[in-house]
Ligand binder design. Structure first.
Ligand code: CMC
Length: 426
């Protein structure tokens, strides 16, 4: 494609075109302000590329999602979460030996410093687990100072991957008043999490292989999603030179919002509300369409996917299979399917390309595992961690990275004279 030509006030400025490996095209406007004195305005950055990245590819029109070139469907079916974490962070799928060594490395760092247990004790039992998660991750930088060498950085990467599992499970144990269960090195990442969540010291806990496999797959499906809100937050905080733990802690906070990762909790709350209201889903479809009503169908719509979310397709299929095998008849699954069917036939949703996203069916599976609703977004964060880490590393090593510092168009008062306090109108 040719360069882009911008005509402004009788001046013509040419901008180079930059093209990705999947032929996506962007105009490189780095010289825009310097040569024209103008900037671009793009609320929500829907048309703005903040970086070049070789980690994740999404084609929202065709419902394609690939990590490092591998289709999400293949990874979900054949890989393990640690396999995918390695792929995202180090760029290639590991060999058997590399994966085994990675697992050993992770397990060697899964314990928390004993002093950190005092942090959990300081929180009220009602503390939202996402707040606990982000503050405890942030405090890791007090225990493990950031170094600049590749070895020091990699050590903190491994520490964080290992410890987030434990932190997440401890925050749950704290909220229900049960003793903390320490990590076990003989278990896989997902199995260890289930064990730390649900075991108690007084009896044996039998891991359910089907649920472990399902959790592992859910973690894979959430592992990266290119420049979404929380990942951009991680990159933004990291662009100032802040350490890994601080950047990821900020990402966790960004993820907690109901328009982002918090939607998986909001979906279950919504389905419960509809069920208690006589399962009148048509009423809620109408409310979602009403511009005077703030209600939205949670778990519907996506900034990038305008046809279908490939993650949602996999999860819906697995939800049917897993609930069937477990003999669970969850009325919320039926309700979700009915709601989806009605919405997908409705002109409002069709015209706007609004489809179920990753959060629409994931909560049904978490429920089947016995994970409480207030932990759903924590599960999203556990899954997203390797993606955040990979993106933070890519940002740190990219010579094009500059501190994130957008401009603005100022719309406030023009210069005015200062008024002494005694002379100000009440
Ligand atoms: N229910 C009803 N209407 C909707 C919905 C919805 N869930 N989502 C978007 N719309 C409408 C919106 O009102 C707008 O209509 P109009 O053009 O008439 O003004 C149009 O669709 C475009 O929506 P938008 O808000 O401009 O789209 P966006 O790209 O800024 O927002 C979104 C994307 C995901 C925040 C939004 O679809 C939404 O709020 N969905 C519900 C929350 C949700 O499920 N979030 C999880 C996203 S997937 C997990 C992740 O974060 O990775």
């Amino acid at each position: 494609m040719d360069n882009a030509l911008l005509s402004i006030n009788d001046q013509e400025v040419e901008f180079p075109v930059t093209e990705g490996t999947e032929n996506e095209v962007g105009f490189d406007i780095r010289k825009l302000r310097g040569s024209t004195g103008t900037i671009t305005i793009d609320p929500g950055f829907a048309n703005t590329g903040s970086c070049k990245s070789g980690i994740t590819f999404i084609n929202g029109e065709e419902g394609i999602l690939r990590y490092r070139g591998y289709a999400i469907e293949d990874l979900a079916e054949h890989s393990s979460f640690l396999d995918v974490a390695y792929l995202l962070i180090y760029g290639e799928l590991p060999t058997r030996d590399e994966l085994d060594a990675f697992h050993v490395e992770i397990t060697r760092h899964s314990l928390l410093h004993e002093d950190m247990k005092k942090f959990f004790e300081g929180y009220p039992a009602t503390a939202p687990p996402m707040s606990v998660l982000s503050t405890i991750v942030s405090s890791l930088s007090a225990y493990y100072p950031s170094g600049d060498s590749d070895e020091e950085i990699n050590l903190n990467v491994v520490r964080l991957l290992a410890k987030l599992n434990t932190i997440a499970a401890f925050s749950y144990k704290k909220s229900i008043g049960q003793p903390y269960i320490y990590p076990r090195n003989d278990l896989s990442y997902a199995a260890d999490f289930m064990h730390m969540m649900f075991a108690v010291p007084s009896e044996n806990y039998e891991l359910d292989e089907l649920l472990v496999k399902t959790l592992d797959m859910l973690l894979i499906l959430h592992a990266d999603h290119e420049q979404n809100c929380s990942t951009s937050t991680v990159r933004m905080v990291g662009s100032s030179g802040a350490d890994l733990f601080s950047a990821i802690s900020a990402g966790i906070s960004a993820l907690s919002g109901p328009l982002h990762g918090g939607a998986n909790t909001a979906v279950i709350d919504m389905l419960e509300m509809i069920r208690q209201d006589g399962s009148n889903f048509q009423k809620y479809v109408e409310k979602a369409k009403d511009k005077n009503d703030p209600f939205r169908l949670m778990g519907f719509g996506h900034r990038v996917y305008k046809n279908f979310d490939p993650r949602a397709r996999v999860i819906k299929k697995i939800a049917d299979e897993v609930l069937g095998q477990l003999g669970i008849d969850d009325p919320l699954l039926d309700l979700a399917k009915q709601l989806e069917r009605i919405a997908l036939e409705d002109e409002y949703f069709v015209a706007r390309g609004l489809y179920p996203n990753v959060d629409f069916y994931s909560g049904i599976l978490y429920r089947a595992m016995g994970i409480p609703t207030n932990m759903f977004t924590v599960m999203f964060a556990l899954g997203r961690l390797p993606g955040w880490i990979a993106q933070w590393l890519e940002m740190k090593n990219d010579p094009d990275t500059r501190i994130y510092r957008p401009r603005q168009i100022y719309t406030g008062h023009n210069a005015r004279e200062y008024v002494q306090i005694g002379r100000r109108a009440n």
